[in-house]
Design a protein around this ligand. Structure first.
Ligand SMILES: Cc1ncc(COP(=O)(O)O)c(C=O)c1O
Length: 402
């Protein structure tokens, strides 16, 4: 083998482990739900409805309007977009208390860059949104996975006790919580805001889907200057591909983010597209009630079939694998039936996004068929066991049933 071949071989065997990666990132997996092609994709909590024509036309016109000026950098402060987002949120907000970035993921990363970092910790109540600990790792912020109760609830008492114990620089509350779907009572947010020594972020990515009477933490902002509410256009607005997330907070928090944000982080195209979409907010949000209807249908029909589900204020439902089975196996079997749901790594549970009525029907048909097969298999196994006890060995394998 000559020297050139040797070095080509070296290059081929060179991998992640050979790079001088930061210790905190070694052995980690990138965030990512599998992007598989399935007939029915209900795994990443997107809005299943495409943009209505009126919005498509408005976005196209708005984006076309800035094309000639792409030789120039965009508005670095995205003032127009922030004004529009503040007007949408209401609660007396204006652009000074609103900040926007490429998805609420980037907003949360910026918050950790500004308020987390080495020798500081962030705390979240797991199971919650899996990006929170990943963003902490990426910003060299320590992570504390605090507990919820067995039913995934969180009381003010338990939340405050854990915040007091760990004294985190940043607390993440997720309401409605992903992956469980349930919104937090406002008194929990308030109790944490009182007790936390640093920034409290309430991730309200799914707020628009909350059941009636669920107040937003936006109502608390005037009283807690270290409280931050993050929102997104990816879910209710059906604008996940546009990549626009935002926060509402005291203007001082927005000032702090200016220290870490990249210059011109939001392209002129993104700003133009998002502003046109926001101008048609009612048309975009028109699907929210339909999605909530499918969400409630999933909860109702699963419960009627004896399948345990968490209460949902979001556009998805967390459900227990019937018969206490393995969630990875059921995930696979549903995919074999053309329905892609999400295995969030919670033993015995899977998460499904509420989509169109047709998608919901496909999901329910698949999961109920699987449940029936599991029940039949269990019954056959029981009969075989009873037969053996009675001395008449049954030669049919219960495995043959499914
Ligand atoms: C709780 C929660 N927060 C934030 C996000 C990120 O949304 P985006 O970055 O698209 O705004 C998601 C996406 O699934 C989420 O579930």
């Amino acid at each position: 083998m000559n020297g050139a071949e040797q070095s080509l071989d070296d290059q081929r065997s060179f991998g992640l482990a050979d790079l001088p990666l930061r210790e905190a990132l070694r052995g980690r997996s990138p965030y990512g739900a599998p992007q598989l092609s399935a007939a029915v994709r209900l795994n990443v909590n997107e809005n299943s409805y495409p943009l209505p024509d009126v919005v498509v036309d408005a976005v196209a016109k708005s984006v076309t309007g800035v094309l000639r000026e792409l030789n120039r950098y965009p508005d670095r402060d995205a003032i127009g977009l922030r004004e529009d987002l503040a007007a949408y949120l209401g609660h007396g907000l204006d652009a000074s208390g609103v900040w926007a970035a490429n998805g609420s993921n980037e907003v949360q990363q910026q918050l950790l860059q500004a308020f987390g970092g080495p020798e500081r910790t962030a705390l979240g109540f797991t199971p919650a949104y899996s990006m929170h600990p990943l963003l902490a790792a990426g910003t060299a912020t320590g992570w504390v996975g605090a507990r919820r109760d067995a039913g995934f609830g969180l009381s003010a008492h338990d939340a405050v006790a854990q915040v007091r114990e760990h004294q985190p620089a940043v607390v993440f509350l997720c309401s409605p919580n992903n992956p469980t779907g349930t919104a937090l009572p406002l008194e929990v947010v308030e109790a944490v805001a009182e007790a936390a020594p640093g920034i409290v972020v309430v991730d309200e990515a799914y707020a628009e889907f909350a059941r009636a009477g669920t107040p937003s933490a936006l109502t608390l902002l005037p009283r807690y200057p270290r409280l931050v509410v993050t929102r997104t256009m990816s879910k209710a607005f059906a604008f996940a591909g546009g990549r626009v997330g935002y926060l509402a907070a005291h203007p001082a928090v927005v000032d702090a983010i200016q220290l870490v944000r990249l210059p011109y982080h939001l392209s002129a195209l993104t700003q133009a597209a998002a502003r046109a979409a926001l101008a048609h907010a009612p048309a975009l949000l028109a699907t929210v009630e339909a999605v909530k209807g499918q969400r409630d249908r999933i909860v109702g029909e699963l419960r009627s079939a004896g399948i345990v589900t968490a209460d949902s204020d979001a556009n998805f439902v967390l459900f227990a694998v019937p018969g206490g089975g393995d969630q990875a196996a059921l995930w696979r079997r549903l995919l074999d039936r053309g329905v892609l749901v999400r295995d969030v790594g919670l033993p015995g549970w899977l998460r499904v996004t509420a989509g169109t009525p047709e998608e919901t029907t496909a999901f329910l048909d698949a999961v109920l068929a699987e449940t029936a097969e599991t029940a039949e298999a269990a019954e056959a196994a029981e009969t075989a066991g009873a037969d053996r006890v009675n001395g008449s060995a049954n030669t049919t394998s219960p495995g043959g049933v499914s």
